[in-house]
Design a protein around this ligand. Structure first.
Ligand code: NAP
Length: 295
């Protein structure tokens, strides 16, 4: 391996410590800590693990955590009423509804009901539109974490060729907007892209957000490129526990790239750190304060 391994765990810790400092300053100014409400519907084990770790991180940052765990039989109306109540609750600065939702519930309707000022996942169309038009927005946590790692690694991204593989609303599209905002030259690739290896070979920056284990091979990577692997895929193992891999064949790509994020320990921890950051930012904006510095 010649590439530098980008340590997302360490970067996430730095952000979470800075958030915790700023949380106590916010509480001194306003008389209350920022608050994050999480909404978990049903008992999907992966979702339950994600939400628990988000609640733990919230408490560790000194913020108030409001956990709403609902049965998967809940109706859409009941869920919408909960969201409306959270919108009106002054102690709640951020609302996170864990996806996916059960099939009787229209996730778009739920997202559109969240107050855009409390939409710490950044999925509301108002926030997506604000990001796309260069206005201050709440930006989805995973691409925000990827951008933080890229800027820490590379500094100025202006003029660099970036390829984002994946066009989801959660990762690929906002990642593209963020890179355009940094004046990178961005190509967004997806399942209909022709000759993906050739497209990726042009890139100084590769962000892979596909959900296909080790799809991006070492010989797709331009020598010296920086590779951010968003994918989280579990491969079966003999002991039944499974093994997590990304969308990039790590060992091969690390022979060619200048720097690469591992899976796990790369983008994953950054997502939660950025959720804490977004909750703090939402609290500042709601309180009429300037955005916190240094995040
Ligand atoms: P998604 O909504 O399923 O989107 C996947 C994208 O990949 C789609 O745009 C799809 O193209 C594209 N794609 C599929 N097969 C392809 C192929 N053969 N060649 C090129 N593009 C292809 O997934 P997502 O929510 O963005 O998540 C992507 C991955 O990131 C998943 O592994 C997920 O678990 C992971 N993830 C990680 C974090 C984290 O915190 N680290 C957060 C979110 C997601 P089409 O649009 O043409 O179908």
């Amino acid at each position: 391996m010649s590439a530098k391994r980008i340590d997302g765990k360490a970067a996430a810790l730095t952000i979470r410590q800075r958030v915790a400092e700023l949380v106590s300053q916010f509480a001194d100014k306003t008389g209350r800590p920022p608050g994050l409400a999480t909404v978990l519907v049903g008992e999907d084990p992966a979702s339950a693990v994600y939400v628990r770790s988000k609640n733990r991180a919230t408490a560790e940052a000194g913020m108030a955590s409001f956990a709403h765990n609902l049965p998967d039989t809940i109706s859409e109306d009941e869920l919408l009423q909960l969201v409306v109540g959270l919108n009106a609750d002054d102690h709640v600065d951020g609302i996170l509804v864990q996806l996916p939702l059960p099939k009787q519930i229209n996730a778009t309707r739920v997202i559109e009901t969240i107050d855009p000022g409390k939409d710490v996942d950044g999925f509301h169309p108002v926030n997506a539109g604000r990001l796309a038009t260069g206005l201050p927005a709440l930006v989805p946590c995973t691409p925000l974490g990827c951008l933080y790692l890229l800027k820490t690694e590379l500094g100025d991204l202006a003029g660099l060729d970036a390829v984002v593989i994946g066009r989801s609303n959660i990762v690929g599209k906002p990642m593209t907007q963020l890179l355009i905002g940094e004046s990178a030259t961005v190509t967004i690739a997806h399942s209909r892209t022709r000759d993906l290896p050739a497209v990726v070979r042009r890139a100084d920056i590769v962000v892979a957000a596909v959900g296909r284990p080790e799809m991006v091979r070492g010989d797709w990577i331009k020598p010296g490129a920086t590779v951010i692997d968003v994918g989280i895929n579990r491969l079966p193992t003999d002991d039944g526990k499974g093994r997590l891999v990304g969308d990039v064949a790590f060992d091969e790509a690390a022979e060619v790239a200048a720097a690469i994020t591992p899976v796990p320990g790369g983008v994953g921890p950054m997502t939660i750190a950025m959720l804490m950051r977004n909750t703090l930012v939402a609290a500042h904006r709601r309180a009429g304060l300037e955005d916190p510095e240094g995040l």
